[in-house]
Design a protein around this ligand. Structure first.
Ligand code: 2AM
Ligand code: CA
Ligand code: CA
Ligand code: CA
Length: 269
């Protein structure tokens, strides 16, 4: 199935669609905000659904594939699949008017083909095509230079790590002490893209779903980085790391060192 997908022209067309959709979003009005499952920290607006509907239609015209997206009920990812987060960072979109993104990826089963993350407010479009590198607004992204931990900015929020605290509070406390600083932007896809672009060095979260990181992962991997499970043994069965604690880093050696030093069972014990 993969052989039939010509990723280079498809990526360009997908990027155009995503950018157009983001620009349309800027002119649309928020009319309804709801709590998902009555959770006051989990918001969805009418525009999350409107963006998703527009992409569902537009992406099928570019490439027929399954459609796996946040604001719908999904079957497990198997064949050729668009993986979409229509608005990543909905809380930022609603409350801050910045730091949200449209995230679109194409996978052939577990194999990543392309990923696009569009920072709507900054008009920054990150793109990764497997085997062909990553770019920001058409300019190639090179792997950011390796940094010692003491020079790293780590993106993590207490909210997204709460379910990990009891389990590995020492690891989290220690790493937060040893990095240069921690930050909490609240948009997973953009944080991972900023790691790829060298504007952040590390990203930690423990509750992401596939649509949060599928596209950014392609971009990060294309610059030589990694989205790695914090506890690899437990996550081996799920290549999409659905809900698994994970670390994003632009440098695989640094990621391996961090996993070993702060999150291995020995470090935890
Ligand atoms: P979202 O805005 O698309 O829901 C910070 O909250 C980051 O984690 C965002 O990228 C957000 O994506 C994601 N996230 C994943 N699960 C979440 C949840 N249950 N509640 C809020 N944000 C969640
Ligand atoms: Ca959401
Ligand atoms: Ca999301
Ligand atoms: Ca979302």
């Amino acid at each position: 199935m993969t052989a039939q997908v010509d990723c280079l022209p498809l990526a360009a067309e997908t990027a155009d669609l995503v950018r157009q959709t983001g620009q349309a979003l800027l002119s649309w009005q928020v009319e309804r905000i709801e709590y998902k499952g009555n959770d006051p920290q989990d918001l969805v607006s009418n525009l999350d659904r409107k963006v998703q509907d527009r992409l569902a239609e537009g992406l099928q015209l570019l490439q027929k594939a399954d459609f796996y997206a946040e604001e719908k009920t999904n079957a497990p990812i198997s064949g050729l699949t668009w993986i979409v987060d229509p608005i990543d960072g909905t809380t930022n979109f609603i409350s801050r008017g910045r730091d949200y993104a449209i995230s679109v990826a194409l996978y052939a089963g577990v194999k990543p083909l392309l990923g696009i993350v569009y920072d709507v407010e900054r008009d920054d479009l990150y793109q990764g095509i497997s085997g062909h590198g990553a770019s920001l607004n058409g300019r190639p992204l090179a792997q950011p230079p390796a940094q010692p931990l003491s020079a790293c900015i780590l993106e993590m929020s207490i909210g997204t790590l709460r379910n990990l605290m009891r389990r590995t509070d020492a690891g989290l406390l220690n790493i937060s002490r040893e990095v240069r600083a921690t930050r909490s932007m609240g948009c997973a896809s953009l944080a991972l893209c900023q790691v790829a672009a060298g504007r952040l060095q590390l990203y930690l979260s423990s509750r992401l779903r596939p649509w949060d990181h599928a596209a950014a992962r392609v971009i990060l991997e294309e610059v030589g980085g990694i989205v790695a499970p914090l506890f690899p043994a437990e996550s081996e069965a799920d290549p999409f790391l659905d809900g698994a604690p994970l670390l994003g880093a632009a440098n695989r050696d640094l990621a391996a060192k961090i996993l070993h030093r702060y999150f291995s069972p020995v470090a935890d014990g």
